[in-house]
Design a protein around this ligand. Structure first.
Ligand SMILES: [Zn+2]
Length: 404
C-alpha cells in the first residue's frame, strides 16, 4: 500500500479516439462521468485532501455496438497501487469461476487437450479445476512474477509476465490447445491486437473460451456503478462477434452470468465469418436506450440518498467492496455521516478508501445493531449478504437498488 499518495494528485492518462473493435472514430460520449473516483485503493489513514478523481467518458460505438471508456489511466497507477486480492479470497470470484468452469466443461465435453493456457490465471483456481483435461497447463499472469507460487499439480506451470512479452509460438505451436481467459479482456487497452495475436498462433482446432463483463446485462440490470476506470471495455455480444468475424474467427457458443458482473461467456475459434449469434440475440442495445436507463439509475440513486439523509439512526454500510467509491459517487454521498463500513475480512480492519472519509470495521466489533440502519453496500452480492444482515437484526436494512 506504499505507493506514494502524491502520484495520485496528477493522474497520468491517455485518450482513446477510435473504437477498439472496429477502429471507427469515437463519437461524443453518451455518459459523462466528471471526477470519477479511482477504486480499489485502500489506505491506512483517512486522507485529508480530496485525491484520486479523474474525468471519465463512456462511449457506445454505433457501428459495432461496443462500449468503451476514452480516458485511459496509466496501468501502473491502477494496478500497482491496488489493494491486492486473489481469486480464492473472494467468494464472488470463486462462484464466478465455478460458473465459467461449468460452461467450459459444457463446451469441451470429454475432449482431452495437449495444452490448456490461461491468460490472467490469478491464483490458478481455474487451471487446478481443469488439470485432468490436458497433459500440461500453463498460467500466464504478471502478478505471479515476484511470488513463489506453490504449484498445486506437476502438470501446471506459470509464466509470470505480461501477455505482450510472451512468445506464443512455443506455447500454442503444436497439438490440441484450449485458451481460456476470465475477466482479463476488459482491462486491456487493445483487446483487438491481443485476440489477433492469439489467432495468428493458433490452429484451426484451437479452442478459445473467454468471459468478461457485458454491456447488455449491465443495462438490463441497471448497474451503471459497474462502469469504472479499470474496465476499459464493455463488450456486447454484437461487438465481440464483430471483432471475431473481422479477424476471421467465429463464435461457437455463448451464455451470460447475471450474478457475476453480468458476464458474457463466449467460446470461439478460427473460421469463416458467421455473424449470426448477435443478430438473433434478443437484447440489442443502442445509445438512446442506455441514456434513458442511465437517467432511471440516477433517479434511483437520488432517492436512496434522500432516504439516507433523512435517517435518524446510526448508519453503517455492509460490504467493503473495492468499487465502493463508485457507489458513493452515484449516490452523491461520501459516507462521512456513517459510523463505518462493515466487512467480515479482518485484513481490511481500520483501513480507509483513498477517497472516502469512512473507516472499514470488522462486523464482529459491534455487538448490537438493533438501533442502527445498515445500507447494503456490497451491491454485487446482495442475495448472498441479505440473509447475513437480516441475522444482525438492525432497525433498518436499506438497499441501494430496487431489485436483487
Ligand atoms: Zn466500433
Amino acid at each position: 500500500m506504499d505507493f506514494g499518495i502524491n502520484e495520485l494528485k496528477a493522474i497520468p492518462y491517455g485518450k482513446r479516439l477510435k473504437c477498439a473493435v472496429c477502429e471507427e472514430d469515437l463519437k461524443p460520449p453518451i455518459i459523462e462521468l466528471p471526477d470519477l473516483p479511482l477504486t480499489e485503493i485502500l489506505v491506512n489513514e483517512k486522507q485529508e485532501t480530496n485525491i484520486g478523481f479523474i474525468d471519465q467518458n463512456f462511449h457506445l460505438c454505433e457501428n459495432c455496438g461496443h462500449g468503451q471508456l476514452s480516458t485511459i489511466i496509466d496501468p501502473e497507477i491502477l494496478y500497482e497501487s491496488s489493494y491486492s486480492f486473489r481469486t480464492s479470497g473472494s467468494a464472488s470470484s470463486v462462484s464466478g469461476n465455478d460458473f465459467f468452469h461449468e460452461f467450459i466443461k459444457q463446451v469441451i465435453k470429454n475432449r482431452q487437450f495437449k495444452t490448456i493456457i490461461e491468460i490472467g490465471c490469478n491464483d490458478l483456481y481455474l487451471l487446478n479445476k481443469l488439470k485432468d483435461d490436458a497433459e500440461r497447463l500453463i498460467g500466464i499472469d504478471p502478478i505471479l512474477r515476484k511470488s513463489d507460487e506453490i504449484l498445486p499439480d506437476s502438470r501446471i506451470s506459470i509464466i509470470g509476465d505480461f501477455f505482450d512479452n510472451i512468445d506464443l509460438g512455443d506455447l500454442a505451436g503444436s497439438g490440441d490447445v484450449l485458451v481460456i481467459s476470465s475477466h482479463n479482456l476488459e482491462h486491456i487497452e487493445e483487446p483487438r491486437s491481443m485476440i489477433r495475436k492469439l489467432l495468428e498462433y493458433s490452429s484451426q482446432d484451437t479452442l478459445f473460451i473467454f468471459q468478461f463483463p457485458c454491456i447488455e446485462t449491465l443495462v438490463e440490470e441497471n448497474r451503471f456503478d459497474q462502469i469504472f476506470h479499470h474496465h476499459i471495455h464493455y463488450f456486447s455480444l454484437q461487438s465481440f462477434e464483430y471483432l471475431l468475424n473481422n479477424l476471421n474467427a467465429k463464435i461457437i457458443d455463448f451464455t451470460t452470468n447475471q450474478s457475476h458482473w453480468g458476464s458474457l461467456l463466449v467460446a470461439f475459434k478460427k473460421g469463416n465469418n458467421k455473424g449470426t449469434f448477435a443478430s438473433s440475440y434478443f437484447n440489442l442495445i443502442n445509445s438512446e436506450k442506455i441514456i434513458e436507463d442511465y437517467k432511471i439509475y440516477r433517479k434511483r440513486m437520488f432517492l436512496t440518498n434522500e432516504y439516507l439523509k433523512a435517517s435518524k439512526f446510526p448508519l453503517y454500510g455492509y460490504g467493503a467492496i473495492l468499487t465502493l467509491p463508485i457507489l458513493a459517487y452515484h449516490l452523491q454521498n461520501d459516507f462521512s455521516a456513517f459510523e463505518a463500513v462493515l466487512d467480515d475480512d479482518k485484513n481490511k480492519e481500520g483501513l480507509f478508501y483513498l477517497n472516502l472519509p469512512v473507516p472499514i470495521m470488522n462486523t464482529s466489533k459491534i455487538n448490537d445493531f438493533r438501533g442502527g440502519s445498515i445500507l447494503l453496500t456490497a451491491i454485487n452480492h446482495l442475495r448472498k449478504i441479505l440473509p447475513k444482515v437480516i441475522k444482525l437484526n438492525p432497525k433498518q436494512i436499506i438497499l441501494p437498488v430496487n431489485s436483487i
